[in-house]
Structure formats: C-alpha cells, structure tokens
Design a protein around this ligand. Structure first.
Ligand code: ATP
Length: 472
C-alpha cells in the first residue's frame, strides 16, 4: 500500500537495467511474459507467463519452499482456498480499512493513487489521510492539469457472489493475501502436525487486489501470487527476537539466488505508516529501474490476527504450552513476499550485456536453480541423422531429471547466443567427432569455457554442477 522512505541502508545503487523496456521486450520475444488477452487489446494489470516464464516462476516458488518448508523442521505448508467466509475479511480489518487514497481529475476523470502523483512522492501516512492535502500541495492532474478531488479511501478487494442469488448475503471476496488462510487454520495445522511453538505455516498462492494504479510490468498487478509465511511465537520479547532473526534470513535468500547485495536494502515503516495490525514492519526493498520498491514485507503482527479471529468466531485459538502449563494467544511474525515480484527481480538482476569479439552478448546470468532450461542439447550439423539422433537420446536422458531442450534452428554460434539470452547454464554440443569418440562438448554460459566430456558422463556432470550451485 503506501510507502514513505524512512531508512536508507545503502547509497543509491545503479539499477541492473537502465530501461524497463529492455526486460519487457525480451520477456515478450523469448516467451517469459505476455500481456493478458492480448488479441482483445489486453486487460490492464494482468500478465500471462509464457513457456520460459512459467518455468522461472515455478523455480522461484520451489526455491522459496525449499528455504521456508523443506529445510526447516519448524515450518509446514498449507494451501487454503482463495474464497473464504466473508466474516474473515471483516475480522481481519480488510473490509474496513484495506484501502488506498484515490483522487480523481474533475475534467478528464482519470483516477490516481495519491502517493503516486508527481509532487506527492514521499508523503507521510498522516499527509495521505489529510483531506486538504491536494489543495495544500497544489497537486494537479498529470494528464491535463485539471483540478483533483480531495482523496477518498478506495477499498482494494474484489468481490463476487457465491451461489445463484446475488444479494448482500452471498458476497464473497477474492483474497487480497494468503495470510488469513493460515490464521483461520492455525488450530487445524497445530493439532494435526503436533508442532510446538515457535512454528510456522507457509503458503504460496494467488491473491487479488483492485490496485488503483497498477503498472511497471509485473511489479504491481491486480492478480498475482504471494509466498507468505506466518510464524507463531510466544508473546512479547520472543516475537521481537523472531522478527529480528527473519530479517537477515529473508534478505540473504534473494542474495543466494543472485540478486546483487548493493541493490537490496531494508526500510522500516514509520509509526504512522504501520498497518492496523503491525507492531513493527520492515520491507526488503530492491533497486528497480523505476526506483527503490518493496520486494517483501516482514511484520510483527502481535496477537492481532489470532486474537481477533478468536473473538469474532468464538473459537478458542489459544495455544497450550505443556512445558509451562500456560495458555496464550500466540503472536505472529510474518514474511510476505510476492512470487511475481521476486521472479521479476531475479530476471532484472540477471540481465547483462557483454562485448564478446566485437559483438554484444546478452546474458541472463540466472542462478542455475532458477534458470528455465538447465541444459540445451545442440547438433553441430543437423544434416547428419546420427548426430541428431544422439542429441535426442541425450536430451531424453537428461529430461528425466532436469528440463532440457533441443534446438537445431540456427548455426551453433547463434544457438549459443539464444541460450545465453534465456539464461541456460549449460549447452551440450554433439559434433562429427562425437560419433567416433563418444564425447561431446559442454559449454558454460558464464565463462563460455568448453570441455570435452564422454556422453555417458554428461548427466552426472550437470547434476553435480546443479548440486554445487544449490549448496553454494
Ligand atoms: P505495496 O506497498 O507494493 O502495495 P504491500 O505493502 O501492500 O505492497 P503486502 O501486503 O505486504 O504488500 O504484500 C506482500 C507482498 O506481496 C509484497 O511485498 C509484494 O511482493 C506482493 N504484492 C503485493 N501487492 C502486489 C501486487 N499488486 N502485484 C504484485 N505483487 C504484489
């Protein structure tokens, strides 16, 4: 929602890509991301992931799940429904206050999120709630210079109706976050998994927000995916300690998968900016080509969530600590990230252009775990059926463990460049000699070094390198 910088950890960093269009056009051309419903002119703020994009995003989600569930004894997964009992959203505060300040131009009727207007950047949360702010700052419509209305709160939740009757009693909300599914299932999960506090519930799934001004490609969409983890802890000091522990862990996750440390920073929310549920909130921000923006929010939510749901539902959501005999409502420390925003960040940060023998080489230097294809199998001569056949056999063998692709639609130099541009870490080339000596050439994306490897050893080599990259 709203953002006002209050803390800067590093000097401004140079974005990995100067112009966002470079990424948007590469994404379209190579099949990462397309505008939704494009043949009908598109629909604002929804994007479709193409063959490479779906692999990248799945790999990002897997990497998050690995770090947050697989490698942790104290966190379990959940996949709750998108549609929930409408009372959930009343209790959570979303019906009452999940809103952004909206202003409208009196002449062209365009609508803007107040804090995204020229001249309104960096407004404090109190300013954003001030009904006289437009007049006081002399803000005008950036489109036609027309007068703007005073800000009004615009609720960001999409609604629909469940069942055949469309009345107030049948209203349902498209969830604007996955977190509530974890809170209302707290008791189910705790009892069925027999986890002791502290423990966490992790979820990945779609969320929906009727954003006033979506944009910057997949940065702000109306339909998007979140990767959220709710960590249930003892009240007070243990919650503050858990909050502090999650901060470096979550930042390190982005670095581990390739984001340059200089383009990451923490930003603490000012007191008047804190969401209604939060005791403390720090964002992990990334230096996008359009400025420093939130990647992930880490929040100490106190007992707001379980306390409110216990009260509104009448269900006892206390935890019983057998060791001490105490009953208490756990506090929640949340790490709330976006799968699309993370994939977008890894894509931007992986982009580089290099001069190689007088030509520009475009490389997506993805961490091997995130790369859509792990390996490409390429024939040096596609006219030789034995070479092509060996390529297909090798690809099929590799494909039982990793996503491997065969391509013979250009000369080898061009095939390498294509794989570099989509971030494939290794290319395997089969040539005439391979038919005699049973060896193939393995080329490394980053160093461009080539080595001869017996064909039976290729899969082991690729799997070993992937394992090494994962462990690094
Ligand atoms: P913002 O300030 O960017 O609107 P927020 O503070 O409302 O974000 P949270 O409610 O903390 O965001 O959501 C957690 C994460 O979900 C965000 O850090 C972001 O990665 C992702 N996210 C939120 N809204 C969107 C959106 N409209 N499009 C894509 N990702 C989103």
């Amino acid at each position: 929602m709203t953002e006002t910088p209050t803390m800067t950890e590093s000097e401004d960093a140079v974005p990995a890509v100067a112009n966002l269009d470079t990424i948007v056009s590469l994404s379209k051309r190579r099949g990462f991301v397309y505008p939704s419903s494009e043949i009908y002119g598109g629909i604002n703020a929804v994007w479709d992931y193409g063959p490479l994009g779906v692999e990248l995003k799945n790999n990002v989600k897997r990497a998050w799940w690995r770090a947050m569930v697989q490698e942790r004894e104290d966190i379990v997964g959940l996949d709750a429904g998108i549609l929930m009992h409408p009372q959930v959203w009343v209790t959570s505060g979303h019906v009452g206050s999940f809103s952004d300040p909206l202003v409208e131009c009196a002449t062209c009727h365009r609508r803007y999120r107040l804090d995204e207007l020229p001249g309104a950047e960096g407004l404090s949360a109190s300013d954003l709630r001030d009904p006289t702010v437009v007049e006081r700052l002399g803000l005008i419509c950036p489109n036609d210079g027309g007068p703007l209305s005073a800000p009004r709160r615009f609720n960001l939740m999409f609604t629909s109706h469940m069942g055949p009757v469309e009345d107030a009693a049948s209203i349902v909300y498209f969830r604007p976050e996955t977190a509530q599914g974890s809170y209302v299932n707290f008791k189910n999960v705790q009892q069925s998994s027999r986890k002791k506090i502290p423990f966490g519930i992790a979820q990945i799934g779609k969320s929906f927000r009727n954003e006033i001004s979506p944009g910057n490609f997949v940065f702000r969409m109306r339909e998007f995916e979140q990767m959220e983890m709710q960590y249930f802890v003892r009240p007070g000091e243990p919650a503050s300690a858990a909050f502090e522990e999650w901060l470096p862990k979550r930042r390190a996750w982005y670095e581990r998968y390739g984001v340059a440390p200089a383009r990451l920073r923490f930003r603490e929310h000012a007191k008047d900016e804190l969401a209604h549920y939060a005791k403390k909130a720090i964002d992990v921000e990334y230096r996008f080509p359009f400025g420093w923006k939130e990647l992930e929010g880490i929040h100490n939510r106190g007992d707001f969530d379980l306390g409110s749901h216990a009260k509104a539902s009448g269900e006892n959501l206390e935890y019983f600590d057998q060791a001490t005999g105490e009953h208490f409502i756990p506090w929640v420390v949340e790490t709330a990230a976006g799968a699309d925003r993370a994939a977008f960040t890894f894509l931007i940060d992986a982009y580089r252009e290099e001069e190689v023998r007088g030509e520009t080489r475009v490389v997506l230097g993805f961490h091997p775990e995130l790369a859509p294809y792990k390996v490409a199998v390429l024939p040096l001569l596609k006219k030789r059926p034995e070479i092509v056949e060996l390529c297909h056999r090798l690809r099929a063998d590799l494909a039982t463990d990793v996503l491997a692709v065969y391509d013979d639609t250009a000369a080898i130099g061009k095939l390498y460049r294509r794989q570099d541009e989509i971030g494939t870490p290794w290319c395997v080339t089969v040539d005439v000699d391979s038919l005699d000596d049973g060896a193939v050439t393995v080329r490394d994306r980053d160093s461009m070094a080539q080595e001869r490897v017996p064909v039976e050893g290729v899969k082991r080599l690729i799997l070993d390198r992937l394992a090494a990259a994962r462990a690094a």
